[in-house]
Design a protein around this ligand. Structure first.
Ligand SMILES: NC(=O)c1ccc[n+]([C@@H]2O[C@H](COP(=O)([O-])OP(=O)(O)OC[C@H]3O[C@@H](n4cnc5c(N)ncnc54)[C@H](OP(=O)(O)O)[C@@H]3O)[C@@H](O)[C@H]2O)c1
Length: 226
């Protein structure tokens, strides 16, 4: 499949790399290619600069959001929550129309430092805001409840015996994302219902960041034990 991952940060790259490893034709979207390639310092989480990371993935191309989006079969939104609507707008409503969008973003805002607050919660969610802004796109929220590494390699934690949630209004789009998650090795995929249920999974970032601080590692996940 031709997949455009909007977002050149850790989550976007990890998903792009995982998708490329599965044989997909992947393009990463960014605001400004040269600015992204010129960065040399690790980001605030200590992740490698884009150009250093990209040496291991010569088949993944980098393009401005609009160009990256021009002929993709499927989209991933891995942009900073506060910039997601703007990034998707740059990608172009027409390019996104009729397509499935896997949305891994969280509505984080860092004005009070770490841990971040959510700029939308309880009565609305970023997933819903994106769905309202792009009504012809089939938004499926998933994978936003874990760190990037775990998204694409669930078997790296407890041999994959843990859970991932999906939220979305379109059953066919959820089937596409379920298939994609299965190809990453996900087994316990829990369909929570419509995109409105993203309110709950986006709020899970609060507990995830506290657990990360307590354990001293981001490599863990939630398991829904029955
Ligand atoms: N990191 C994780 O493990 C993880 C886990 C779960 C969920 N998430 C979610 O995934 C998303 C990406 O996270 P991340 O850690 O990879 O990096 P991030 O720093 O949250 O996002 C980086 C991406 O957002 C774009 N961006 C930032 N501000 C923008 C704006 N105002 N307008 C348009 N685009 C903007 C950047 O564009 P440029 O390419 O131009 O720099 C870059 O592509 C976030 O919503 C995050 O909450 C991340």
């Amino acid at each position: 499949m031709k997949i455009t991952v909007l977002g050149s940060g850790f989550a976007g790259r990890t998903l792009a790399g995982g998708l490329a490893d599965l044989g997909h034709d992947v393009t990463i979207g960014t605001r400004d290619v040269q600015v992204t390639l010129d960065r040399t310092d690790p980001d605030r989480m200590g992740n490698l600069a884009y150009a250093v990371w990209a040496r291991d993935f010569p088949d993944i191309s980098l393009a401005p959001f609009a160009d990256a989006a021009s002929d993709a079969d499927l989209f991933v939104n891995a942009t900073a929550g506060a910039g997601s609507i703007a990034a998707l707008a740059e990608a172009g409503k027409a390019n996104l129309a009729g397509k499935v969008l896997l949305d891994v973003s969280n509505p984080l805002e860092f004005s009070q430092g770490f841990p971040p607050n959510l700029f939308v919660n309880d009565t609305d969610s970023l997933g819903e805001q994106i769905q309202r802004a792009f009504p012809d796109t089939h938004v499926v929220k998933a994978l936003n409840t874990m760190v990037g590494d775990v998204m694409t390699t669930p078997k790296s934690v407890a041999e994959g015996d843990h859970s991932v949630f999906i939220s979305g209004d379109d059953p066919a789009a959820k089937r596409v994302i379920t298939e994609l998650l299965t190809s990453f090795g996900w087994i316990d995929i829990i369909d929570l219902g419509g995109i409105q249920t993203a309110r709950a999974t986006e709020m899970m970032v609060k507990i995830r960041l506290l657990v990360m601080t307590s354990l001293g590692t981001p490599i863990f996940n939630f398991k829904i034990a029955r």
